[in-house]
Write a protein that binds this ligand. Structure first.
Ligand code: HEM
Length: 483
């Protein structure tokens, strides 16, 4: 085996590293340790010091390259031909070296737009862009209707949690930030009645990966397949129907997989974004600038900073070297998996020092929405749902403070995401606690914004169904009485 010394330049840790060693011979250290859960920035820093901008890591028994450098991450994200997605490009997998029971297998072996490479990808991505458009362009009735619905859901959730008292303690994650995007997803998916809410609870169980995750996933896939079949049979004005219109060849199963992907992205990532933004505002982590920004109505700008500082998607799903390619201090062999780490790239001095000094790198250069041709197509949608929710929180709570010091908030991590496990707050509602409106009376306050789009009896019907749903029962169980 040939070794040669690599010059230690800026950002590569300055260590001589054997180059030319195959990934599988490097015996990399496990990434997903307790430190990764509690202090990921230290883990990334250690890896950067030891290996430079690209480090070999062990992902639950499977070796991979973790890309820590900002420049190297961009290089990969911007060149889809040199670094394609698609598990069929993974040499170790084709050679049978990825165990059948690898814990990350189930999240990666689902063939949907986020994971897929190959010839079918381009048309599928094009269809996603088209299907999202009605909901993303704020001038469209579907976008206005979605925003009004989200504002209404936010009010329902706040009113429900405040049934414990006008002042009190709540877990704003479980009682607001997580259910809100789930409800928005149900709206986007065009679920009839409370069937959506039951599926949402199952999505929640899947994301939490607890003991009931597996049956929940099975139920969820059945429900989404039924939904896909129903929309194929009788299209509506919802995301599945728009996706089908843009890609009529999608089979019911393929459509169901795309819906699963949407549900996961909306529910987990948007929920994380809402919680992180609320913390940023109330804990004043942003040198006081955020409150000013909020009062100036600049929630979106705040969110951009939040998403940059705490990317919900910390590490991206794998891409594969199309051919042997030098990267950082290593040669990545054709078919080796590379995981771009947005969280680590943002801590790369090349990026971090330039954004904090406000100098020549715009904060918009961050990677939290990805970069290049496979950048997130739903950025506007996600930001719009999150900002509608955050706005309502600060309109309805006159006072909101963390019930724990900010550095003691509990986090949950997976190889892909990082978000708050819970968000305990002390709140004071503006005005008296509203009664939960009887199901026959629509209580979506902002429906007036889209009065032509939201039909009151339909809203009342949906709310009535919701009150009987498992999501609602669960949320009711979380109300803390403060009397
Ligand atoms: C805060 C919320 C969100 C964040 C931070 C986020 C972030 C990202 C990132 C970083 C990527 C690129 C991944 C990569 O390059 O491997 C991505 C891709 C993607 N996102 Fe999002 N996303 C969010 C919400 C959503 C939502 C709500 C949807 C769907 C409605 C969505 C749909 C997608 C899709 C379809 C892709 C794959 C694009 C492709 O490969 O061409 N995202 N997202």
């Amino acid at each position: 085996m040939e070794f040669h010394l690599v010059d230690g330049g800026e950002g590569d840790g300055g260590h001589a590293t054997p180059d030319g060693t195959r990934l599988e011979d490097l015996a990399p250290e496990p990434l997903l340790t307790r430190d990764y859960e509690t202090r990921p920035e230290l883990v990334y820093e250690r890896l950067r010091e030891r290996h430079g901008p690209v480090a070999p890591v062990d992902l639950l028994g499977v070796p991979a390259w973790l890309v820590l450098g900002y420049r190297e991450s961009l290089q990969i994200l911007q060149d889809d031909a040199a670094w394609p997605k698609g598990l069929e490009n993974w040499r170790a997998r084709s050679e049978g070296r990825v165990p059948a029971d690898w814990p990350l297998g189930p999240s990666l072996e689902v063939n949907h737009v986020l994971i897929q490479g190959g010839p079918g990808y381009r048309s599928l991505r094009g269809a996603w862009d088209m299907a999202l458009r009605p909901f993303q362009d704020p001038r469209n009735p579907q976008a206005k209707q979605l925003r009004a619905a989200v504002t209404g859901y936010a009010d329902e959730l706040i009113t429900l949690l405040a049934q414990g008292g006008r002042t009190g303690v709540a877990d704003l994650s479980a009682q607001f930030s997580r259910p809100l995007p789930l409800m928005a997803a149900s709206h986007l998916l065009g679920f009839p009645g409370s069937q959506g809410d039951d599926a949402l609870m199952d999505m929640w169980r899947v994301l939490d990966a607890g003991p009931d995750a597996e049956p929940a996933l099975e139920r969820l896939l059945v429900t989404l397949t039924e939904l896909a079949a129903a929309k194929t049979e009788k299209p509506g004005d919802d995301f599945p129907s728009h996706l089908l219109a843009a890609h009529p060849d999608l089979s019911v199963d393929a459509l169901a997989r795309e819906l699963f992907m949407l549900l996961g992205m909306v529910s987990d990532h948007v929920g994380i974004l809402i919680s992180n933004t609320v913390v940023e505002v109330i804990a004043g982590e942003s040198d006081g600038g955020v409150r000013t920004a909020l009062s100036a109505g600049m929630i979106r700008e705040t969110m951009n900073r939040v998403v940059m500082r705490k990317p919900p998607l910390v590490n991206f799903v794998p891409r594969f070297a199309a051919e042997d390619s030098p990267l950082g201090n290593h040669t990545i062999r054709a078919g080796d998996p590379v995981w771009v780490s947005a969280a680590a790239a943002h801590a790369d001095p090349l990026f971090a020092t330039r954004t904090t000094s406000g100098a020549d790198v715009s904060t918009r250069a961050h990677l939290s929405w990805g970069a290049g041709p496979r950048q997130c197509p739903a950025r506007e949608l996600a930001s719009s749902i999150a900002s509608a929710g955050v706005r309502r929180v600060f309109e309805r709570f006159g006072h909101l403070e963390l019930a724990l010091p900010v550095d003691q908030l509990p986090w949950r991590s997976s190889p892909f995401m990082r978000g708050l496990r819970s968000l305990p707050v002390r709140y004071e509602l503006v005005g008296p606690v509203p009664q939960l409106a009887p199901p026959s009376v629509p209580d979506v306050p902002d429906a007036s914004h889209a009065s032509d789009a939201l039909d009151a009896p339909a809203v009342a019907d949906r709310q009535s169904a919701r009150r009987r749903s498992s999501l609602w029962r669960y949320l009711t169980g979380l109300i803390r009485s403060n009397t």
